[in-house]
Write a protein of this length. Structure first.
Length: 119
């Protein structure tokens, strides 16, 4: 059974930083993508960033490019999202997920972690 467990969310002031972690277990992820998505109140869930598990390619939404960095530790089966220069509009529940393509096709999801950025 695949499990994705996010951690690292919290409350931060605008301009601050947070690092989210997603620990994955239950299967081999070597041919898949790990992604981060977010959903703000009253809005649809949106893509944030993704990385190939083995190839090292990374992908970002335009809204976070240059501020967020996705990385992975294959030995720990963990993916990270380093978020810097946070803005109030980054406030959302952040989810990690496993899928077959960088921006779509995700079929395993974590339960989410809340990130709140105060102005």
């Amino acid at each position: 059974q695949v499990q994705l467990v996010e951690s690292g969310g919290g409350l931060v002031q605008a301009g601050g930083s947070l690092r989210l972690s997603c620990a994955a277990s239950g299967r081999t992820f070597s041919s898949l993508y790990m992604g981060w998505f977010r959903q703000a109140p009253g809005k649809e869930r949106e893509f944030v960033a993704a990385t190939s598990w083995s190839g090292g390619s990374t992908y970002y939404a335009d809204s976070v490019k240059g501020r967020f960095t996705i990385s992975r530790d294959n030995a720990k089966n963990t993916v990270y999202l380093q978020m810097s220069s946070l803005k109030p509009e980054d406030t959302a529940v952040y989810y990690c997920a496993v899928g077959t393509a960088p921006r779509v096709g995700y079929f395993y999801w974590g339960q989410g972690t809340q990130v709140t950025v105060s102005s």
